[in-house]
Design a protein around this ligand. Structure first.
Ligand SMILES: Nc1ncnc2c1ncn2[C@@H]1O[C@H](COP(=O)(O)OP(=O)(O)OP(=O)(O)O)[C@@H](O)[C@H]1O
Length: 320
């Protein structure tokens, strides 16, 4: 199905340099992003995650292929590891941004106040940014995104320099926006963050080598009970989800995790026999996934594929 409002990348090859022998940083990328999705983009260092985000944001555009902007706004709020602020305080920064966007002057104070309160910075809004923690600065940047009322937010390893409690705050603020309908593209190295959204896109050397659910990303061939993961090649072609569009060319493998049933004797229980897409990209699955896989390997039937410790506890208790 082709929806006009979707963002669609068709055969995008992207270069960061103009030189004739430049190597593309994205290669023949096919991707469709529907409004309201949360897409986690993962891959090793240098795989092209930031280049992808910067292409979507319009920061780099030396590309061949077709780019249908769909619901992309003109200015896309972009939260990075270290953000540039234009004000001395969170309040000043947001007010400045709103003024730059020609927001109605009388409406600005209320918009800024609401946005800062939404991320829990209500009491710190007039504190100098220089005195805020890394997590609080990220929250200030997210408040700017809220104030922008943009339909899409880009997070480029926004939590990578934060401790776990600050990471949680930032993730929760982004999730709250997502639950109100905002689309999110979330670039990360943290495997546990992938469970937040419904879709993971895996990049390796500029190629999309995985596009599917977190469960299929972490469990791979363990899903054989319900489907076909592992029946084709991993590198080079794209694993993609049936729920995607009809233009994702080249993919031969389908994400079938939704249909999976475990404990029916049809699983390949040897973890060495087949690495999951997560491991093939060089990452370790989150601990609850590792435990579940070990249980399966030991022949313990699980009614579902847990991604979090709470889900693992449910699965082990038999009600997952
Ligand atoms: N400003 C730049 N100029 C030229 N090449 C660049 C630039 N930034 C990145 N690259 C190259 O583009 C390729 C993709 O890099 P990119 O930063 O998009 O990957 P990444 O997956 O985000 O990496 P990381 O996880 O380390 O941030 C790499 O080969 C990198 O060397």
């Amino acid at each position: 199905m082709t929806l006009r409002n979707d963002i669609v990348l068709t055969n995008i090859t992207l270069y960061r340099s103009q030189s004739e022998d430049a190597v593309p940083v994205l290669k023949h990328m096919h991707l469709r992003i529907a409004e309201g999705e949360w897409i986690s983009v993962v891959g090793p260092n240098g795989s092209g995650k930031s280049s992808f985000a910067q292409f979507i944001a319009g920061v780099i555009d030396r590309a061949s292929g077709e780019f249908h902007r769909g619901f992309l706004p003109e200015i896309i709020p972009y939260v990075m590891q270290q953000n540039v602020f234009f004000g001395e305080t969170p309040w000043e920064d947001i007010v400045f941004q709103l003024e730059m966007r020609s927001e109605e002057p009388l409406a600005i104070p209320a918009i800024a106040e609401q946005a800062l309160a939404a991320v829990g910075l209500g009491t710190l809004m007039h504190q100098p940014l220089a005195q805020l923690s890394g997590g609080q600065k990220q929250l200030a940047a997210i408040a700017g995104c809220i104030a922008a009322k943009a339909p899409l937010l880009l997070f480029d390893e926004a939590t990578s320099m934060l401790d776990s409690s600050s990471r949680k705050l930032v993730l929760e603020a982004a999730l709250a926006l997502h639950h109100q309908g905002t689309s999110v593209i979330w670039l990360t190295h943290h495997m546990e963050e992938l469970v937040v959204g419904g879709r993971v896109v895996g990049l390796e050397q500029g190629n999309v080598i995985f596009d599917g659910t977190p469960a299929s990303f972490f469990y791979g061939d363990y899903l054989q009970g319900g489907g076909v993961l592992g029946s084709g090649s991993f590198g080079g072609s794209s694993l993609h989800d049936d729920s995607q569009d009809d233009t994702l060319g080249g993919g031969s493998l389908h994400d079938v995790s939704q249909n999976c049933t475990l404990g029916d004797g049809s699983l390949d229980g040897d973890p060495q026999a087949s690495l999951s897409p997560c491991e093939l990209l060089g990452f370790s699955p989150p601990y609850p996934v590792q435990v579940a896989r070990e249980l399966i390997r030991q022949g313990v039937p699980l009614p579902s594929l847990p991604l979090t410790s709470a889900q693992l506890a449910e699965a082990v208790a038999g009600d997952g």
